[in-house]
Design a protein around this ligand. Structure first.
Ligand code: PEP
Ligand code: MN
Length: 339
């Protein structure tokens, strides 16, 4: 339920309301606005009507409204404004359009360092690269593991880019946490609830990719797992879903972006690489992402796609990436966004 405090409610009254609602077994999530405080109270819904009427009579409370959507903390019912994630000078979910770029997998030192320098020069702010790869075949390259994390950290040191890398199991969270700036949860792990709960207790943003067979509501429920454990910094990512169409690798659901924005206050980015599986489709789809209000992109870029250990067919050359970044400039201007 949402407990809206009266304008001018005192800190003591707010604290009392929090204590009272906790005594019913609810967790509290206060949001301090400019004019008033709103408290999100999350419980199992048992005895809801009685609790609402008790809370309505507590001093300082203006109104108590039940939350109707199953995703309570990530939904718009609780928080009208946007979640803007701040990362030393970089903001995700505000006026900035944040581009994350880099290879599918970290392969060798030269590959990641060259890519990092080139994507930075083209305007990317975050370097992507998988050190742990969730591959369909156990015989395919599985990633450099900690060696890959070290190379990403070296690239960050040289370029000042932040890094995002995939976490595939709870066992590695502490290790990956030593290196990464953002944890990426891949499509295959979107409903790995043990992983989501653990990531709810880290102090870093989580990039949550839509499962290839997941609905938007399921994506939001997965985000709810993370936020309900105490980590409010979740970035949603549309990366395409499986349909009858085989020309593209996945069917990128462009309407997912405005739909997620209507349902949730979390930032939303688009992955045109996995979303299409084809290099030539990445630039036009990226323009569409800007036009529908996405907060950024995650794009695969490789200095030699022909030799890439994974996803070469959907990786842009650094020059192609630079041209794409130029190409989206006009669209960013129209949307009032900056890189
Ligand atoms: C990736 O980003 O390299 C990746 C494996 O993506 P997804 O989880 O969306 O398939
Ligand atoms: Mn990939």
């Amino acid at each position: 339920m949402i407990i809206s405090m009266l304008r001018g409610a005192t800190p003591e009254q707010i604290e009392h309301v929090c204590d009272k609602i906790k005594s019913f077994g609810y967790s509290v999530h206060p949001i301090k606005g400019e004019e008033r405080t709103v408290i999100g109270a999350i419980g199992d819904g048992k005895d809801k009507d009685r609790i609402i009427s008790v809370m309505e009579s507590v001093p300082g409370v203006e109104s108590v409204i039940p939350i109707l959507q199953p995703f309570k903390l990530v939904g718009r019912e609780l928080k009208k404004g946007k979640t803007v994630i701040q990362m030393d000078g970089l903001t995700i979910g505000g006026d900035q359009f944040v581009v994350m770029a880099g290879p599918c997998s970290v392969e060798y030192r030269e590959q990641i360092l060259t890519t990092a320098e080139k994507v930075k020069a083209a305007g990317a702010r975050i370097l992507r690269g998988g050190a742990y790869k969730p591959r369909t075949s156990p015989y395919d390259f599985q990633g450099l593991e900690e060696e890959g994390l070290k190379l990403l950290a070296e690239a960050r040191e040289r370029t000042g880019l932040k890094i995002v890398t995939e976490i595939i199991t709870t066992e590695n969270i502490d290790l990956v946490n030593e290196y990464t700036d953002i944890f990426q949860v891949g499509a295959r792990n979107m409903q790995n609830f043990a992983l989501l709960k653990r990531l709810g207790r880290v102090k870093k943003p989580v990039l949550l990719k839509r499962g290839m067979m997941s609905t938007l509501k399921e994506l939001l429920m997965s985000a709810e797992y993370i936020v309900s454990q105490g980590n409010p910094e979740v970035i949603l990512c549309e990366r395409g879903i499986r349909t009858f169409e085989t020309y593209t690798r996945n069917t990128l659901d462009i309407a997912a972006v405005p739909a997620l924005k209507q349902l949730s206050h979390l930032p939303v980015i688009v992955d045109p690489s996995h979303g299409t599986g084809k290099r030539s489709l990445i630039p036009p789809v990226s323009k569409a992402a800007v036009a529908v209000g996405a907060d950024g992109l995650i794009v695969e870029v490789h200095p030699n796609p022909e030799e890439a250990f994974s996803d070469g067919q959907q990786s842009l050359l650094p020059e192609e990436f630079a041209a794409m970044m130029e190409g989206i400039g006009k669209y960013l201007d129209v949307e009032g966004k900056r890189l």
